[in-house]
Design a protein around this ligand. Structure first.
Ligand code: ASP
Length: 467
């Protein structure tokens, strides 16, 4: 029998397996539940059923309660409102009252022995006396964690004692030891609130918004978990944006590298910083749906399993319409040493990051996010003219980029042919092509007006379109 959280004396091994006193082993799972999974007691009961269904689910990382319906407000947003009002010496009783109502309602409905009112009262006084925005925002996860721990009979772990967030906003490596020691007893079930820790000076500090995903990943690594389950309100990730492609296929398995490419192009997946802690040590992530717990969701792994190797040849397609492009032409550019260096120097001087830099013999383009050029296009173009003395310079204010992503691409002939045949058949003019050096993606640039049909055409070249 596997050792459960109530398994008594047991030890966690580096592999993430839990070894019980009788020598049986089981693996540990860290489960993060998002705001929609904790928005009401109906949702919380689903969460409990999920946790109870598998004894390996012994480290629970909650977000703050989210929206119950589209007219509702997330607890975290109410907390920021309270802090904003309090910092201006204005009345914050409106949003504060809503917070009290939500938490006391949850406490009563779940039949937890009353304790939350006292915490809320203390917090009200702290708000009045002046606290940081991070401290105020962190209370959503903090109170939710207190309630869950009491309800589940779990050990409450205070993140401000064992997660250190550096001045750059990223987790500090001393966290692995601190949190690992705190989560060391595999015979226990732990609740670790998401979203916050402390800064190097000991003050409460949050990750950026949506940061409970990061806390879950950090806990998975610190606890040597075998799996990081991220419970949300969708049954895994889709191969394309469902607002553009009707009923895109779900992904059963996708690699960390593929996810990185898709997320960069706007596919909403996990928080940006959530992948690194688990990717570095190879802990798989499983995106699951609290409202459909039997659905296997999407697994994010280092390498695709042989039976999964994408039958569709690609992992997915994603794109964004928010790019601009500057193309510079100059005769015999290829012989001019340092030309691209000086071009990128202009961008650096203006503090502008670039995304892609496709080149030809006598021309080179830079593709960048349009927001960086807002209000200073002429200034940047002038500087390029002065520095590089080009024969011509073209500025395309708006271009859409689409990434076709897949680990299998490097090994499969004919992928590019499929993409461009589909675009030609759809009558889409391709403005730019870039195949990443990693051969993990092909990027095509099209006019923003062509974006939806280009995305559908590319997706349809690999997967039969629904409807
Ligand atoms: N509650 C925080 C937010 O709304 C963090 C999270 O939910 O991940 O951003």
């Amino acid at each position: 029998m596997p050792a459960g959280p109530k398994g008594g004396s047991a030890a966690v091994k580096e592999s993430g397996q839990v070894e019980a006193a009788d020598g049986a082993v089981a693996e540990r799972i860290v489960c993060k539940f998002g705001g929609s999974s904790l928005a009401s007691t109906v949702q919380m009961r689903k969460v409990r059923a999920i946790i109870d269904a598998d004894p390996r689910r012994s480290v629970i990382v909650p977000s703050a309660p989210g929206k119950r319906d589209s007219n509702d407000t997330k607890i975290t947003d109410l907390l920021y409102l309270c802090h904003h009002a309090a910092s201006m010496n204005a009345d914050f009783s409106g949003p504060f009252g809503q917070i009290v109502e939500r938490f006391t309602g949850i406490e009563q409905e779940l039949g937890i022995a009353p304790m939350i009112a006292q915490h809320l009262q203390q917090f009200r006084a702290q708000l009045g006396a002046g606290v940081t925005a991070d401290f105020a925002a962190s209370r959503g996860e903090h109170f939710c964690g207190l309630l869950l721990a009491a309800w589940l009979g779990a050990d409450f772990v205070e993140p401000a004692e064992c997660i250190v967030i550096g001045t750059n906003g990223l987790v500090d490596p001393q966290t692995w030891g601190l949190l690992g020691a705190r989560l060391a007893d595999p015979g226990k079930r732990y609740v670790l609130p998401g979203f916050y820790g402390r800064d190097p000076d000991g003050q409460v500090r949050t990750f950026s918004r949506g940061g409970s995903d990061v806390s879950g990943a950090v806990a998975a690594r610190a606890a040597h978990a075998a799996l990081y389950e991220n419970w949300t309100d969708v049954s895994g990730l889709l191969m394309a944006d469902p607002r553009i492609v009707s009923q895109p296929r779900p992904m059963a398995e996708v690699t960390y590298a593929e996810i990185r490419e898709l997320a960069y192009m706007g596919a909403s997946v996990l928080h940006d910083e959530a992948m690194a802690p688990v990717r570095e040590v190879g802990i798989p992530v499983n995106i699951r749906n609290t409202n459909e717990p039997d659905h296997p969701g999407t697994r994010i792994v280092a390498e695709l399993s042989p039976e999964i190797i994408q039958s569709t040849q690609i992992a997915g397609v994603a794109g964004k319409t928010s790019f601009s492009m500057i193309t510079i032409g100059k005769h015999l550019m290829n012989r001019e040493v340092g030309f691209v260096y000086r071009l990128l120097g202009v961008l650096e001087h203006n503090d502008i990051p670039f995304e892609h830099c496709p080149s030809a013999i006598d021309s080179v383009s830079v593709v960048l996010e349009s927001k960086w050029l807002e209000g200073r296009v002429e200034q940047v173009l002038d500087e390029i003219r002065r520095t590089l003395e080009p024969d011509e310079i073209e500025y395309v204010p708006s271009i859409a980029l689409i990434a076709i992503v897949g680990e299998e691409m490097a090994r499969t002939p004919g992928i590019a042919a499929k993409v461009f045949t589909a675009l030609a058949a759809a009558g889409v003019n391709v403005r730019l092509i870039n195949q990443g050096a990693s051969e993990l993606n092909i990027i095509v640039g099209v006019a923003p007006g062509d974006y939806p049909q280009a995305l559908r055409a590319i997706y349809g070249a690999f997967v039969p379109l629904a409807g």
